[in-house]
Design a protein around this ligand. Sequence first.
Ligand SMILES: [Zn+2]
Length: 414
Amino acid sequence: MTAVRPWHVAVLVSSGVAWIAAAWALAGTVVPDDLALPAVDVEGVFGAALVERAERYERFLYVNWALAQIAMLATLVVYARRGVRLARESAAGPVGTGMLLGMLGLAVVWLTTLPFSVAALWWDRRHGLSQAGYLHAVLGDWLALGGMFLAISIALLVVMTLARRLGPWWWIPGALALGAIAVGLVFADPYLRTGLEPAREGRVEQAYERLARAQGVAGVPLRIEKVSDVTTEANAYASGLGPSRRVVLWDTLLDGRFTEREVDVVLAHELAHQARDHVPKAVGWFALFALPGALVLSLVTRSRGGMAQPAAVPLALLAVAVLQLVATPAANVVSRRMEAEADWKALETTRDPAAARGLFRELAATSLADPSPPAWARLLLGTHPTLADRVAMAEAWAEHHGGSEPSTTEPRPQ
Ligand SMILES: [Zn+2]
């Protein structure tokens, strides 16, 4: 055990100060500080029958999710104990052996959680939300799975090499290196996706151009992703960095269930993610979480000789899984803050709270999403404000802009 030196304290304190300054800079939002969300009559807005159906639908998925987490952690506990033996039997050199152990661990986790993925798909098919075949569930995500194997291999290569060269202080450059890897992956993501096409409907393209100009976003192409052969759920997302930035709409948003004004709200929301740099900010948050995460990893793995030793890798996988679960509520706070900002900016751009309300109601119906899920589910799974809160924000926006009388809700398309 080495003694604590003054420079150790200096490094830790300056890291802490830099951490707080960076978090402060990343947390900025254009949502007014004094915005109070009014109470929403959930059953009145969404309909009692839909709320009840959504609650029943989500309850099964909650249990399934919790069981999958337990199965994953139990598997990793066993692997952390037994995996050490495998570390001695490889001829791939220490770093190569570590990478092999990492990939083996990922494969074991994938196999343990597969039954829960299949159960979730069965439930979605039963509710008419998914048309995907079971083979698709097993192999359909092979590209994403391959990406995970690649990411874990690169991360272990970098971390183990740094730990071998720098000793116990690897965690500071290690966290920065993990941040750099995240930048590379997020930049490449739009180029790795298949099935993205330019918008064929002139109206959508025109609305997108108009809203992009209003938000001062330039050079971000709109793409339509074909998902209607596997799901009826509707979604959209903003991705990429710099020249790879994209706004992507699922084609299920354009099949006539959503009005043009509701689609415009989605376009404005995704453009707001780009206008407010939410993708690079999310990468920044990842690096900030990675810093204490890497410190904990370096301390936890000391009993196995530290991250320089392949024998530490199975234990490191367990530690990362636990850290990820523990960090989830904080990560969800960050995500919900960005989503609320994107909603607010979409309201500022479209000035159409009635369309926003209609969109959130229709999203609850097409995804069977519970508009106000239980508190624990919000804490652990709530990446977005609840649909009830999103309706409340539309009301608050109308209030904020002097529109005390409720704006009319537009008629649904036939
Ligand atoms: Zn969003």
